[in-house]
Design a binder for this molecule. Structure first.
Ligand code: NAD
Length: 480
């Protein structure tokens, strides 16, 4: 029996209307994709996911293209609002990050089917959608993570409820509005990307517990990674890093200096992959510092370093029992007010005036200095001199803290490069380039802003957000 296409469309619309939960029918988004509570955001995303399932793969790719174009066209506006709202980063670099996410995040082409044929027929393993994904995003990369996760997760056939950092809510609203409007204009469902109007830790927890959320993806620090991994749901954790960069005596020193300053000052060191401490073999340390100063770095020394520590870090003293003669241990945390600030503003706080083309502050310190140990996310690069490559590798591994996130090395000695890469075991290892080459800027390969070290998915893309589904046809479709 041949059923006309219009009749099929009517049946599909009727089924979809019946599937649409009562709650969602009543709620209209405040801004495209933004709802007043978690339940509404999840139900609207669920309905959008069911609609997405009815569309062809070609149509899905059209929606992805529309998202790319809209994100690219609005890269500047998104960068400006992010810097204004969060008070972090550089507009020019955030424009590049938004453009990068729009252009180089893989789409539906990332989904690959595996097949086996043989005497018993044909078996396929396809990459299917999960359903509604809950994605928690950081304040340090607010729009670019939504663009990147949005493209990858929709390409994989899912819809997404975002839980952004509260300090980036306006940026997140605008990103969702731009992407949702582009999807609808291209003939896709409304609300494929949703969030709540008042993001908070409580709302994030409610979203994680919601039975409509099938999978969780957290991009942020250790707290949120632990939270999603304790949720009892399928979870991907993209956590903190503290990337060391090693320079050995065989490196092209002027180039290494340029690359390190470019990487560590990119978006004022907000990216989790950015160089956070430099370990240099002593014989080339002075030359490296000289070239870093020529590449936009300002060197501070002695008391200036102590003054800066007091400004950008908070000090805690261990509590010890009364009468105890043991000296209490000091520990340091970052003063969040200084995260992602311009080097010029940071230096001003310790009474040093520099022109705005100074992109980074550098200083020579001991290996256990708090600037080395903590993930600062500020354009401050501590430099530690070591006697040889063995000491450099040992220290690089130590200060990476087992995050297995990112490491960088400048060397022409293949054995040294290989030894550090093997020892540090990071998800990204960049040789002879700035850290951002590892996410597709001036380096080959696709882009992501969600690098899943703790859970091992690595540089996430559409395929990461799929379920493997096997379909077996017995005794057929074997033509040889
Ligand atoms: P953050 O950990 O403070 O916040 C990240 C997100 O998690 C926010 O949306 C926040 O509201 C939420 N959150 C935090 N604790 C939570 C909890 N207990 N329960 C539920 N939600 C919680 O980090 P941030 O300052 O926004 O971002 C910077 C951190 O993220 C750095 O440590 C950086 O290295 C890391 N990061 C990692 C990647 C990666 O791909 N691996 C990418 C970007 C940033």
């Amino acid at each position: 029996m041949n059923i006309p296409n219009e009749v099929i469309s009517q049946i599909v619309s009727q089924v979809m209307a019946n599937l649409q939960p009562q709650q969602e029918k009543k709620s209209t988004p405040l801004i495209p994709g933004v709802f007043s509570n978690v339940n509404q955001a999840v139900e609207a995303a669920k309905y959008a996911y069911l609609q997405l399932r009815t569309l062809s793969m070609a149509k899905r790719e059209e929606l992805i293209q529309a998202m790319r174009e809209a994100a690219f066209a609005n890269a500047r506006e998104l960068a400006e609002i992010a810097v204004r709202e969060t008070g972090m980063g550089r507009v020019s670099d955030k424009i590049l990050k938004n453009q990068l996410a729009a252009r180089k995040t893989p789409g539906t082409e990332d989904l690959k089917t595996e097949s086996w044929t043989g005497d018993d027929g044909l078996t396929l393993v396809e990459m299917g959608a999960y359903g509604v994904i809950g994605a928690i995003t950081p304040t340090t990369n607010p729009s670019e993570t939504i663009i990147c996760n949005g493209i990858g997760m929709i390409a994989a056939g899912n819809s997404v409820v975002f839980s952004p950092h509260p300090t980036a809510k306006e940026t997140s609203f605008l990103t969702l509005k731009i992407l949702n409007e582009a999807i609808v204009a291209a003939g896709g469902p409304a609300n494929l990307l949703t969030m709540v109007a008042e993001p908070s830790i409580e709302a994030a927890n409610e979203m994680m517990r919601h039975p409509g959320i099938i999978m969780l993806v957290a991009t942020g620090g250790p707290g949120v990674v632990k939270a999603v991994l304790s949720s009892g749901k399928k979870a991907i954790g993209a956590g903190a890093g503290n990337p060391p960069v090693i320079v050995d005596e065989t490196a092209d020193i002027p180039k290494a200096a340029r690359d390190i300053i470019a990487g560590c000052s990119f978006d004022n060191n907000l990216p989790c992959i950015a160089e956070k401490e430099c370990i240099v073999v002593g014989s080339v340390a002075d030359e490296l510092i000289t070239h870093m100063r020529r590449s936009g770095a300002y060197l501070i020394k002695g008391k200036e370093i102590d003054d800066l520590l007091k400004v950008v870090m908070t000090e805690k003293e261990e509590k010890i029992a009364e009468g105890c003669t043991v000296k209490p241990k000091k520990s340091y945390g970052i003063n969040k007010a200084w995260v992602g600030k311009d080097a010029q503003i940071i230096l001003k706080a310790i009474g040093i005036d520099v022109p705005s083309d100074v992109r980074a502050v550098i200083c020579e310190v001991e290996e256990d200095h708090p600037f080395v140990v903590e993930e600062l996310m500020m354009p401050i690069l501590p430099i530690v001199q070591v006697k040889n490559i063995d000491a450099a590798i040992a220290l690089g591994v130590k200060v990476e803290h087992g995050n297995r996130h990112t490491a960088i090395m400048h060397s022409k000695n293949v054995d040294n490069l290989t030894r550090f890469a093997r020892a540090v075991q990071t998800t990204i290892f960049v040789k002879n380039g700035p850290s951002y080459a590892g996410i597709g800027v001036g380096g080959e390969g696709y882009n992501t802003f969600t690098i899943a070290g703790p859970t091992g998915e690595g540089l996430t893309s559409a395929r990461t957000f799929t379920r493997q589904r096997r379909c077996v046809l017995v005794d057929g479709f074997k033509i040889v």
